[in-house]
Design a protein around this ligand. Structure first.
Ligand code: GLY
Length: 465
């Protein structure tokens, strides 16, 4: 946990922004896997962590602005519980650590909210995403579950987004830790993978490093020879010489700050000429886009710059043709780059995405596009000092998409479908770092992670096979 004053200050700022009413923050419950007592690994809700810091299941909190009090709701362990869990700090002690003096049993919350409803107090709550919390909210507030969404407090969402988007110095320390554990995972993958192994063997190796770092994975591991499938979680393929491994994985620290790193490396000791050509385009885009990411710059413009650079690079290889600007305006580049350049990262790998992507990544001046490719950009608005973002360009050769577009004769003025035949088995390349936007510039978080062709091949050269 951070020092008590961090949580007290965050709640004070939240109250100031929301102004009146009552704020209800729900922690997460244990979630059953295949029978009641066999749980998925517990992950606390990130908003609860941000304002209350307590990493324990079954809690909720009310910040009653009108009556100037904050109450932690939860049940102290009974002796029966302690037999299974061992002694744990009391909720009174945990509350004190985050500056909350009043603790009440969990079942008192319904009564508190009933009273608030009777006195017509505004009840602000965030979009619930876990079924357990949806059920409780529905009971406490007397609203059908499918009606909860329309009653989510937009002022509360906006207040949380404005606070949590700007990372403090102590949060940056945690985020650097997350990136450094993620770095160790990526270097280990490059040092470990050999032809004949399965993707699962390499996946197991890097998963262990995340756990050894004191936290866990920040999202399910993508480690695949089919990098053209953007979120590929299948790990059953055997690695073969000549293939590329795309690894998109990261760790979260014990305090749950996330790292999100992608590297692509050859199963062989060296990239092929064709792989090098595509890799170098992606690397140039990544490095240029990082430098262009500054306070005041629209991230949508950085994304579009990435698109133009990719079109230029693909034109040089004869895979695209025509006017670059027109190709990007039309969305032709999305055949090779169907996702967004990046997103905010913090306590969540896609930070605050539970609050609504558009409320986090867009604003009144920058609206989300509906165009294929650009519509997947999660962050389009102006960057601010204190934001931490991912910069993750990629180039992919997706046979199913190529075939569909070719059969529809789509963008034949921009795409050289004939030449693309030689890339059907290429797969995909993505390179990603986590970047802090500072007042004047930006900084890649963590120690450098091998990225140039020379650095990657140097590691692969040392692997014995
Ligand atoms: N690294 C996974 C994602 O950004 O979706």
């Amino acid at each position: 946990m951070f020092p008590t004053k961090t949580y007290v200050k965050r709640r004070q700022q939240l109250k100031k922004k929301v102004k009146s009413g009552l704020i209800l923050l729900l922690g997460n419950e244990e979630s059953s896997m295949n029978y009641t007592d066999n749980h998925y690994h517990f992950r606390q809700d990130s908003n609860f962590l941000y304002f209350l810091g307590i990493d324990q299941a079954g809690l909720a909190a009310i910040i009653d602005i009108d009556n100037n009090k904050t109450i932690l709701f939860g049940n102290e362990l009974t002796l029966d519980d302690i037999v299974w869990t061992g002694p744990q700090p009391s909720l009174v002690d945990l509350g004190a650590q985050v500056g909350v003096k009043e603790v009440q049993p969990k079942n008192a919350i319904g009564k508190y909210l009933k009273k608030a409803r009777r006195s017509k107090q505004d009840i602000h709550f965030l979009p619930p995403y876990r079924p357990e919390n949806k059920i409780m909210l529905s009971e406490w507030l007397g609203i059908k579950m499918n009606g909860l969404c329309s009653l989510v407090s937009i002022p509360l969402v906006r207040a949380v987004v404005s606070l949590a988007s700007i990372k403090s110095a102590e949060e940056i320390v945690e985020m650097e830790k997350a990136v450094n554990i993620s770095r160790a995972m990526h270097v280990a993958a490059m040092e470990y993978a050999k032809p004949g192994m399965t993707e699962a063997e390499v996946t197991g190796k890097v998963h262990g490093i995340a756990v050894s770092g004191g936290g866990n994975l920040s999202y399910p591991i993508i480690l695949t020879v089919n990098g053209q499938t953007l979120h590929n979680h299948y790990h059953g393929n055997v690695l073969k010489k000549g293939q590329l491994i795309l690894g998109d994985f990261g760790a979260e620290t014990a305090m749950h700050y996330a790292g999100d790193i992608t590297r692509t490396f050859p199963v062989s000791k060296k990239f092929t000429k064709q792989q090098k050509e595509i890799y170098q385009i992606v690397l140039n885009v990544e490095e240029t886009c990082i430098k262009a990411s500054k306070a005041g710059v629209l991230y949508r413009d950085v994304h579009l710059m990435a698109a133009r650079m990719k079109v230029e690079g693909l034109k040089a290889l004869g895979l695209m043709k025509g006017d670059t600007e027109e190709a990007v305006q039309a969305g032709a580049h999305a055949l090779f780059f169907p996702h967004g350049l990046g997103h905010m990262i913090g306590l969540d790998v896609h930070d605050m995405e539970d609050l609504g992507e558009d409320l986090v990544g867009y604003d009144d001046t920058v609206k989300r596009s509906s165009q294929f490719g650009l519509r997947s950009l999660r962050l389009g608005k102006a960057l601010e000092a204190g934001n931490v973002i991912t910069v993750e360009p990629g180039l992919y050769f997706i046979p199913e998409l190529i075939d569909r577009w070719q059969s529809e004769k789509k963008f034949t003025q921009f795409i050289n479908y004939k030449k693309l035949k030689g890339y059907r088995d290429f797969g995909g390349i993505r390179i990603e770092d986590n970047v802090l936007i500072t007042k004047k510039k930006q900084r890649i978080l963590g120690k450098p992670i091998p990225k140039t062709i020379k650095e990657v091949e140097e590691i692969r050269r040392r692997v014995k096979f």
